[in-house]
Design a protein. Structure first.
Length: 239
């Protein structure tokens, strides 16, 4: 019998996952070089677990909700960490996260309707490495390491978005939701100094808290290829 294939060109996050869809977690874990992976799927408690290093980000401040509605179902209801601007999660040191000008890739889901400058994930000191929302302009997502490298518009829309950022030591490429929605900058030299790491706040500056939800925070110690990013986008969107 002929097989009918439905091609979805624009991801729609947060919908029920069709049977047979490749689970996002499995794609993440299949890609070599994964050094940190906070799934943010804790239903309760006071910590977020890095499933790669086994260490814990401890909730600080107040108002962080675990077990909030998430982006990626995985054999059960999707869960995420939700922040109200007064809470965050952090731990001391950098762990195995890439430093200096080393290659790296970040991926995470975020959802917010705030127009303020927000921090989804950050680590390091001096020129800390931070994933920001609404910077340098409202509706952008960006990587900040002394300079902001942005992608996207109107992203503070209250919907889930998948952000992937790759850096090979020179070229920095940002993706939002699809391969087509991307921006690349060459001749970039990141310089991430030592410091602490966390989700939901700029840890180095103790500022710019998240008002929204974060899910599936992943870090690799190399630049993923466009084909590997497509695998993440496909697994993340077909739900």
């Amino acid at each position: 019998m002929p097989t009918t294939v439905t091609v979805q060109t624009q991801p729609v996050y947060g919908l029920p996952r069709p049977s047979g869809v490749v689970i996002f977690r499995r794609v993440v874990q299949s890609l070599p070089g994964l050094v940190a992976y906070w799934r943010c799927n804790e239903a309760s408690g006071t910590t977020l677990t890095d499933t790669m290093q086994g260490d814990l980000l401890t909730l600080a401040g107040s108002g962080t909700s675990l077990g909030a509605a998430g982006a990626t179902p995985d054999g059960g209801p999707p869960l995420a960490a939700a922040f109200n601007g007064s809470g965050w999660a952090t731990t001391a040191g950098m762990g195995n996260l890439p430093s200096g000008s080393a290659a790296r890739t970040f991926a995470l889901f975020f959802k917010s309707s705030s127009g303020a400058l927000e921090t989804m994930f950050s680590y390091g000191g001096g020129n800390e490495c931070s994933l920001l929302l609404n910077y340098p302009s409202g509706g952008n997502a960006s990587l900040y390491n002394g300079t902001a490298y942005a992608v996207g518009t109107a992203l503070a829309d209250g919907l889930w978005h998948l952000l992937v950022i790759t850096y090979d030591g020179s070229s920095l490429t940002r993706y939002i939701d699809t391969l087509a929605n991307s921006s690349s900058t060459g001749g970039v030299s990141l310089a991430t100094g030592a410091g602490n790491r966390g989700i939901g706040r700029d840890i180095a500056q103790s500022a710019y808290p998240m008002v929204g939800s974060v899910d599936e925070v992943c870090v690799w110690n190399r630049a993923l290829s466009a084909g590997e990013v497509l695998r993440l986008m496909t697994a993340g969107s077909a739900r």
